[in-house]
Ligand binder design. Structure first.
Ligand SMILES: Nc1ncnc2c1ncn2[C@@H]1O[C@H](COP(=O)(O)OP(=O)(O)OP(=O)(O)O)[C@@H](O)[C@H]1O
Ligand SMILES: [Mg+2]
Length: 506
């Protein structure tokens, strides 16, 4: 078993009736695209133990349902109302006959590379889950289709590699839960290619070749689904459940084929058990149940609006009002064969709900889809890729040339700037050199001045030395004169004074 990340949206298909299915396949082999009407089947369930009153509708034959008038209306109308469908399955129809009449042929379509959807619609308690899921004694469409897919896959040639992948989700209160991994929490819906490809991010996709494994997973998913008792149904589905099965076949060319071609064919089957429309008065729901009912009704109303728009040939259809319609976009108005199984109770007490369902189904019967086979010839793609690679190579060489030119341009710019920078450097160097020379010249001058100053200092020192020498000699002379004068008589003193005065003048 392999588990993958995210999964794709639903897809489905329709038919103008089960009798014409073989004819359809022959035609489709001649053309790749064909317009096909959504197939509508109506299943009438047997009365349950609580429904003891009169019946309001019954199957006239395999195509017509008769809805009786109310007692009060009988005087106004001449005959009861008849509704025509592709297939009407009466109260006694078995699970097997329902599967064979509505969904069995879709398995072969999936193997042939088409997308298909089968969805169960109807009021609460009308028998949708019984048809789609069933019980271990009376398995429903989901189990039978999965079984048949594995049987058909086993019958394919040995040269074909088959991979079957399944995912199972529920939409509860407008939140998406992964039924194969319920603990993951709510998942996001992502629109790709402008809403043409709707993906559920992080949805578990299990790839397996074992029928037992798939059955186990389906059982596990059903157990994880939100089901609660209401006054209208002991086991009421409070969510829409969407089971998706993708069958991918890869056929490789023989070893002798040098082109190594591989053909990939893939078909997706979407099986949906919707929650039932409900009237609060009838279900006596309150609180949480009432809130769930409001969400269910809102999404079913959105589905009804899409069907009305598609049936009326509207150019614009609003799928965005609910997650259910976003996921069913392909099934309703895209590349998908789609089968709707509308469920009604025959009980007169449910006449209004049954009438609404019959009218809804009648509208759906007018919807037409464009169906095409999903076959990819890998060799064709290889040649496409080769062309693309060639184009890319041309683009690369064109860009390289452009880059070369611009680089050359850039080189010239750089050269210019380097020349400019070089001349600036030279000027700067010259300035530095002349500044240096000037500095040297000044320093030399300074040294000359220093030596001159030194010479002056030496001369000054010599002068000072001469003066000191003279002064000391003079002092000595003065002293000698004074001593001799003291020794001379007083008559000589006048002569000494005159001599001293004369020395001072000198
Ligand atoms: N064709 C049938 N034959 C026998 N029993 C049936 C048939 N259809 C429905 N029932 C029984 O009727 C009850 C209600 O059916 P079921 O749960 O399938 O209704 P539902 O349409 O899924 O309702 P809800 O919208 O509330 O989920 C169940 O007990 C189921 O077994
Ligand atoms: Mg149900």
């Amino acid at each position: 078993m392999t588990q993958h990340g995210s999964s794709g949206s639903g897809s489905g298909s329709s038919s103008s009736g089960c009798s014409s299915r073989r004819e359809f396949k022959d035609r489709i082999s001649e053309r790749s695209t064909i317009n096909e009407k959504l197939m509508v089947a109506v299943r009438i369930r047997p009365l349950n133990v609580d429904e003891t009153g009169p019946r309001a509708l019954h199957a006239v034959n395999k195509k017509i349902v008769m809805l009786d008038d109310l007692e009060s209306d009988k005087s106004k109308r001449s005959s009861p109302r008849q509704y025509f469908y592709d297939l009407v399955l009466g109260e006694d129809s078995s699970q097997e006959s329902v599967y064979e009449g509505t969904s069995k042929s879709l398995v072969q379509d999936i193997i042939n590379g088409y997308n298909a959807t089968v969805f169960a619609y109807g009021a609460t308690g009308a028998g949708k889950t019984h048809t789609m899921v069933g019980s271990s004694e009376e398995p429903g469409v989901m189990v039978r289709a999965l079984n048949d897919i594995f049987l058909a896959a086993r019958q394919l040639s040995d040269s074909v590699d088959v991979e079957v992948t399944m995912s199972y989700l529920e939409i509860y209160n407008e939140n998406i839960r992964d039924l194969l991994s319920p603990s993951t929490g709510y998942l996001e819906l992502r629109d790709e290619s402008r809403g043409r490809n709707v993906q559920v991010t992080g949805l578990t996709e299990v790839s397996t070749n074992s029928t037992e494994e798939v059955m186990k997973l389906l059982h596990q998913g059903n157990k994880a689904r939100t089901v609660e008792p209401t006054a209208a149904n002991e086991t009421s589905s409070r969510s829409h459940a969407l089971l998706s099965v993708l069958v991918k076949q890869t056929t490789r060319s023989s070893a002798r084929d040098i082109r190594r071609r591989a053909r990939i064919k893939q078909g997706k089957l979407f099986m949906i058990d919707l929650a039932g429309s409900e009237r609060a008065k009838q279900t006596k729901n309150q609180g949480k149940r009432l809130q769930e009912g409001a969400h269910i009704n809102r999404s079913l109303l959105a589905l009804g609006n899409c069907i009305t728009a598609l049936a009326g040939g509207a150019r614009y259809v609003n799928y965005r009002d609910s997650k259910l319609t976003r996921l069913l976009k392909d099934a309703l108005g895209g590349n998908c064969r789609t089968v709707m199984i509308a469920h009604v109770s025959p009980a007169a007490i449910h006449r209004e709900e049954s009438k609404n369902t019959l009218m809804y189904a009648d509208r759906a019967n007018r919807v037409t889809n464009k169906v095409e086979q999903n076959v990819l010839d890998v060799n064709y793609h290889v040649s496409q890729y080769r062309d693309m690679i060639g184009d890319l190579k041309n683009e690369i060489s064109r860009l390289r040339n452009k880059m070369g030119n611009s680089e050359r341009g850039r080189a010239t710019d750089e050269e210019i700037s380097s020349i400019t920078r070089g001349s600036e450097l030279r000027i700067l160097r010259e300035k530095i050199v002349s500044a240096f020379k000037e500095q040297m010249r000044l320093r030399r001058k300074l040294m000359e001045l220093d030596s001159h100053l030194l010479g002056l200092n030496i001369a000054a020192e010599q002068q000072h030395a001469i003066i000191s020498h003279w002064e000391s000699r003079n002092n000595k002379l003065y002293k000698v004169t004074k001593d001799s004068a003291q020794r001379r008589s007083s008559t000589d003193s006048q002569v000494d004074e005159i001599e001293t005065e004369g020395d001072d003048k000198i």
